[in-house]
Design a protein around this ligand. Sequence first.
Ligand code: ADP
Length: 590
Amino acid sequence: MLRSIRWRIAFPYVLLVLLVMLGLGAYLSLIIRESYLERLDTQLTDAALLISDAVTPALKNNNSKGSMDQSAQYYASMLGMRVTIIAPDGTVLGESEEPSAQLDNHLTRPEVAQALARGKGSSIRLSNTLNIQMYYLAVIVKSGQQTLGIVRVALPLAQVDASINHLQGIIMGASAVAAVLAILLAALIAGRITIPLRDLTETVNKMSVNSLKGQRLTGTLIPRHADEVGQLTEAFNGLAVQLQSQIDDLEAERNKMAAVLQEMTDGVLIIAPNGKVQMLNAAAENMFGIHLETAVGHSVAETIRYYQIVDLWQRCQESGEAQSTIMEIIDKKLYLQGVATPLGKSHSGSILLLFQNLTRLRQLETVRRDFISNISHELRTPLASLKALTETLQDGALDDPPAARRFLERIETEVDSMSLMVAELLELSRIESGRVPLKLESTRPVDILTSAIERLRLQAERAGLTLTLDCPQDLPLVLADQPRLEQVTVNLLHNAIKFTPSGGRIGISAQVQNDLVVFSVKDTGIGIPASDLPRIFERFYKADRGRATGGTGLGLSISRHLVEAHGGKIWVDSVEGEGSTFYYSIPIAS
Ligand code: ADP
C-alpha cells in the first residue's frame, strides 16, 4: 500500500494527527483528574472539619468502640459520603457504612497515620471494607493540646473515573474524525499530485510500446497545474518532441544510407566476425544469385558458392588488413573486382566486402582490341594486293599498256574499297560519339522507303531480283531524320541485293505496332547462320568470312547506331538458306 504516493502522503498525516490526539488525550486526562482530585480534597477537607467540629464535645466524653456509629451515619447521610470517627489509638468509634464493632484498628491506615503526624492526611486506595477505589481524607480532632480523635471522610472515585472516561471517549471520537479528515485531505492533495504523474507514466509507457513497434512517439500532455509536476510535464513534452525529431533525423539518415546502398551498382556484403552474413544489397543479390532473407544469419561459405569470395573474406579476417582480388563468375559472365575491408572495432570486427562489376570495362577493352585487330586485318588484304600490283607494274607490266591499264583499274578498285572503309569508319565513329546531330521531323514512312528503293532499283534489276513495296500511304508519321533513315534502308536493301541470288525476291514494308512504326526488308537470299545472328550488328562482323562479298562489315553497325539514335531498335530474323528479314522500329511522332 505504501508503494503508492497517495498513501505515502496520507500515512504520515494520519500518524501525526493520531499521535497529537493521543498525547492531548493523555495530557488532558491527567490534568482533569488532578483538578477533580483537588476539588474532592477541598470538599472532603471542608466536610471533615465540619464533622470534627460537630463531634468534638461527644469525643471528649465518649470514646468506646462503636459508640458513635449513629453520629457517623447521620453525617454521612447529610453530606453524602462515608464517615468514620476514629479514636487516637486507632479504634473505630463510629462508621457510617458498617457497624464499627466489626472493624479492625485503623491506626495503620495511611491517611490516619498522616493525620496523626501532620493534622491531615489523604490517600487513594481500595477500601478494605467496601472493596472499591476510594479517596480518603482524615483530619485530627483536637481540644487544646489533646488529641481527641480522627474524623475520616471518603468518597468513591468511580465518578472521577467516569468523568475521565467520558473525556477520553470524546478525545477518541475527535481523533477518529480528525484521522478520517486527514485521510480525505491527504487523498485529495495526493490526487492532485498523482493524477498528472499517472498521466505522465501512462504516456511514457505508451511511447515505449510505440517505439518498440517502430511507431511515432505521439502523446503530448497538457499540464494541469503550473507546479513542479506541471513543469515536469512541460519538460517531458519538450523531451518527447526532441526525441522524435532526433529519431526522424536518424531514420531519414538511415533511409538515405539504405537507398544509396540499394541503388549502388557495386555489390556490398557485411560479414560479422563469426562469419555470418549481416547485410547485403540488391546488387550483391543479383551478382551472386542469393537472397537477403535466406543469406542473412548464415555463414559466408554456405551462402556464397564462389570460393574466391570466401577466400577473400578469410584472408582479410586473418590479416586484419584490406585485401583485394579479381575474379570471374563464369556462369553469370561477370568479371568482378572484390575488396574486403575490416570495419574496425567500432563495428565489432565486421568485414565489408565490396564488388565492382568490371564486365563492361572488360568488354570495352575486348572490343577495342578486336577493333584494332579487325581493322589491321581488313587493311592488310587490300594493302597486300596493292603492293603486289605495284610490284608487278614495276617488274615490267608498265611496258605492256593493256596489262598496265588492267592493273591500274584493280589498284583503283582496292583504293576505292579502302576509301569506302575509311569513310564508313569515320561515319561510324562520328555517329558513335554523337557528333551527327539528327534533324528530327515528322516524316511519312512511305517517303523513307520510296526514296531508298529508287536509289537501288536499277541495281536490283541488274541482279535479276524483284523488288516490292508494301506500305500504306496513311501510316502515322514518324519522328525521323529522313536522309539518315533512308541510309539505314539503303544499307539493308544493299545487303539483301548482295546476299540474294538472281531470281530472288525482296519485299520492303512498314506497319504500325503500338506507338511504333516497324520497317522491314525481307529477302529470299542465303540467310545467316544461327550462330552468327547475335553478333551480326557488331563492327567488322561478317557472317561468312570465306565468301568474298567485298563488304566492310560496318553497314549494319552504322544502321544500328542510327536507329538507336532515333530511339528505336533494329533486329533480324533469318534462316540459313531460306532468307533474312531485317526490322527496325521508329517511334510515331505524337
Ligand atoms: P557488309 O559490308 O559486309 O555487308 P554489313 O554490316 O552490312 O557488312 O553486314 C555484315 C554481315 O552480315 C555480312 O557480311 C553478311 O555476312 C551478313 N548479312 C547482312 N545482311 C545479310 C542478308 N540480307 N542476307 C545474308 N547475310 C547478310
